[in-house]
Design a protein around this ligand. Sequence first.
Ligand code: NAD
Length: 241
Amino acid sequence: MKLIINGANGKMGHILTKMAGSENIAALVDVKPAEGMFTSLDEFTGPADCVIDFTNHTAIHGVLSYCLKRNLPVLIATTGQTDEELAEIHKASEKIAVFQSPNMSIGVALVADLAERVAKVFGECDIEMIEAHHNQKLDVPSGTALMLAKRIQEAREGATFNIGRHENGKRSPSEIGIHSLRYGTEVGTHEVIFSNGLETITIRHDAKDRALFARGALSAAKWLVNQKPGLYGMRDFLKEA
Ligand SMILES: NC(=O)c1ccc[n+]([C@@H]2O[C@H](COP(=O)([O-])OP(=O)(O)OC[C@H]3O[C@@H](n4cnc5c(N)ncnc54)[C@H](O)[C@@H]3O)[C@@H](O)[C@H]2O)c1
């Protein structure tokens, strides 16, 4: 498999490039390139099977235009997209295979399945979420926390998000509280708490090393290159695991 890695000079790009191995790299791209990297996707016209994007959400228009032009599958691991950017991703997925996940960890995908199941079965309860990441992270709350909250919301009609509760007053029974911590070099922790006053269920995932995201991205990219146009995520990938 020949990959184009966009954001190759970033933290994830470096790990991914090393893990993929030179035989699987078609091109390395970054707006702030290191030696041997392209500055923009458009500069590379050679053969490739898939683009993996670990950049910034503002890059999405260029990434999708390139992939549409070349009919290439794209795995978007970048987080923090606006509603307009998400709509553009949806539209592109009518023509090419797009994989999007704010968290490429298989462990987190399992946490999402478990959280959705608890939300469906556990009955009336308070739902709170805590996420912690390193102090360089830009988006708040994390894309993963939002993904988990949306999965819970799918199972609970009328659930609302309360992001960063800061006002006096009782919590609403229908809200999912989402709280973000930013410190040090924390790779990423997500904890979902369901409590009905009689019992509490806590589901927690600790990412120990960023390499886990690169591993997930490579496995998903291998799977993606054989898919028809459409929008895929970890749920689709896990169905076949
Ligand atoms: N889905 C996941 O599992 C997962 C895991 C880790 C990080 N992320 C996300 O991936 C993204 C990158 O994370 P990081 O920690 O590597 O960040 P980083 O800041 O270390 O690296 C980002 C790189 O992208 C480059 N870049 C920015 N805009 C670009 C553009 N338009 N075209 C090409 N290159 C561009 C930057 O120069 C930088 O080298 C973030 O959105 C982060 O939240 C997702």
